[in-house]
Design a protein around this ligand. Structure first.
Ligand code: MRU
Length: 369
């Protein structure tokens, strides 16, 4: 996607004078500073994932693949490979793309002679990235069809609500939840996006609003608590979110607060008309080994500091963090929640749109491919 009219992906390798590294857009500095961070080792990559310089389920997967490639530059033994895999998977437990990418790298590298592993690792990581871009473009096209159906029943601007950031910053390019929105905007559809700010880390306010602005998509940031009110008022026509993991039965695990949006959408506007609630999900985000999400998906518990401190730009332009809680206040900070499938209208995938209870049909699409 474009940043100041220049095309960027979120992650790419850099090979200089025989030295290999990875570069990423540093998401901890947006929206106030656009900066590229150098990642030169496995340890740097684990740090980047943990501190959320890179974040979003598909991007974490791509980052982990490059983390393995960096680890192979250091040493390409079996011990190093399994150390890299264990460290990367432990960095963030909820998004299944991370484990998916690591497993794929292991399957590619383990059978190879040691000296062939570094080159193969860089190549496989690049393929994972290119595939992510294609999956997201396909999600964009399938989601566009749903948006077009909604537009047909409206005589005014279509209002779509999203939560967190599932845009191109959360992927290698194009995004998941935002891919249909970009496709619709490019097709000239008159739409507007409500962006929940997404406390505690404000990925909606800081990242989604920034990237929608870069692409010229009309949008408005709302507090997380405003979504239900706007739905009752008839000001939300559909909801599209991303996901960090979706179960085989269509339970959707996504950023904390998603469940409340889904509940409100299920109860609909003031007439009781249900508001369609979609999750846009590439196949690596589906965990076919889990049926029931609430009981079986591990929810990342993040540091209390995310609630205690808020970071932003002061009037003089400096970036600062301020403390918003009384001292010694107890804090609990689950980063994700699970929306049970009954509240989900459909899952938008690269193979088409599936009702949650039909998601397994996607496996047949994959086998046909
Ligand atoms: O904690 P984050 O910022 O990594 O959480 C990201 C989300 O919840 C996204 O909405 C999700 O990963 C979908 S990414 C396309």
């Amino acid at each position: 996607m474009l940043v100041n009219q220049q095309h960027f992906r979120t992650i790419w390798p850099k090979f200089d004078d025989g030295k290999a590294m990875v570069q990423v857009i540093d998401q901890t500095r947006l929206p106030h500073v656009f900066a590229v961070a150098d990642i030169a080792s496995l340890q740097d990559m684990v740090h980047a994932i943990k501190t959320m310089q890179v974040r979003g389920a598909p991007l974490i997967g791509a980052a982990a693949a490059y983390g393995i490639a960096l680890a192979m530059e250091e040493s390409c033994t079996d011990v190093q490979l399994s150390h890299a895999a264990i460290t990367l998977v432990a960095a963030r437990p909820t998004a299944v793309n991370l484990k998916w990418a690591v497993d794929r790298m292991l399957a590619r590298l383990q059978p190879l002679p040691l000296q062939d592993r570094p080159r193969a690792a860089w190549a496989e990581a690049a393929v994972i990235c290119d595939e992510d871009v294609l999956l997201n473009q396909a999600i964009g096209q399938h989601g566009l069809e749903i948006i077009c159906q909604q537009v047909r029943s409206k005589t005014r601007t279509l209002n779509i609500l999203t939560h967190c950031n599932a845009g191109w910053l959360a992927t290698v390019d194009f995004g998941t939840a935002l891919a249909p929105i970009y496709a619709a905007r490019d097709a000239g559809i008159n739409l507007h996006v409500w962006v929940g700010e997404t406390r505690p880390r404000n990925q909606g306010a800081s990242l989604t609003a920034w990237e929608l602005g870069q692409h010229g998509v009309p949008h408005t940031v709302i507090s997380d608590n405003a979504g239900g009110h706007l739905m009752l008022q008839g000001q939300v026509d559909m909801v599209i979110v991303g996901a960090d993991r979706v179960t085989a039965t269509g339970d959707v695990c996504n950023k904390i607060g998603t469940y409340l949006k889904a509940l409100a959408a299920y109860h609909g506007d003031v007439t009781g008309a249900r508001i369609p609630f979609y999750a846009a999900v590439p196949s690596p985000t589906i965990d076919w080994t889990i049926e029931e999400g609430v009981a079986h998906i591990e929810i990342e518990e993040r540091h209390a500091d995310e609630l205690i401190w808020i970071s932003g730009k002061l009037a003089d332009g400096t970036i600062a963090s301020v403390n918003v809680l009384p001292s010694d206040t107890q804090v609990v900070n689950p980063a994700f929640d699970v929306t049970p499938a009954k509240f989900v209208t459909g899952i938008i995938t690269e193979h088409g749109v599936f009702a949650p209870d039909q998601l397994r049909e996607m496996l047949e699409c994959r086998e046909d491919a």
